[in-house]
Design a protein around this ligand. Structure first.
Ligand code: FES
Ligand code: FES
Length: 156
């Protein structure tokens, strides 16, 4: 079946194998490979994308439910030579090591900062609770979110 969505501000028709096909698989099949496959059980956050601004685990989100909705993937933020401010903050703080968790982390950060532009540490931890990172130990990720908040407010 076909559904129509908006991906990164562009109208897109997606071929899906059925209403419940995981959105992660549909996105990757259509070239949006920034969303990563980790646990496939809604536990790790590697596959996070935004749907109407909310962070969701695309591995357990039925693609059929995105009909008419706005999906944001990591490809919709910056480009390698023109990074988005959140991506810049992750790089500058050393919050990226293997990078596997990073697209999901960055999108969860965006979802948080869009609603709460200056979050406290506890609010950051809560917002990123569903995003696991096996490399960084999280301290630099929290620093990255705080730096991103400053950059987005023009304070850095
Ligand atoms: S792959 Fe989706 S939450 Fe782990
Ligand atoms: S940087 Fe490797 S999993 Fe987070």
């Amino acid at each position: 079946m076909k559904i129509e969505t908006f991906i990164n501000e562009e109208k897109k028709k997606l071929n899906i194998k059925g209403y419940t096909e995981p959105l992660l698989d549909v996105l990757r099949r259509h070239g949006y490979i920034g969303a990563k496959e980790g646990c496939r059980q809604g536990q790790c956050g590697a596959c996070v994308v935004l749907i109407n601004g909310l962070a969701v685990n695309s591995c357990i989100y039925p693609a059929g439910r995105t009909s008419g909705k706005k999906i944001t993937t990591i490809e919709g933020l910056g480009k390698p030579n023109n990074l988005d401010k959140i991506q810049q903050a992750y790089l500058e703080t050393g919050a990226v090591q293997c990078g596997y968790c990073t697209p999901g982390m960055v999108l969860s950060t965006k979802s948080l900062l869009d609603k709460n532009p200056m979050p406290k540490d506890e609010e950051i931890k809560l917002a990123l609770d569903g995003n696991l990172c096996r490399c960084t130990g999280y301290v630099k990720i929290i620093d990255a979110v705080k730096l991103a908040a400053k950059k987005l407010q023009g304070k850095k």
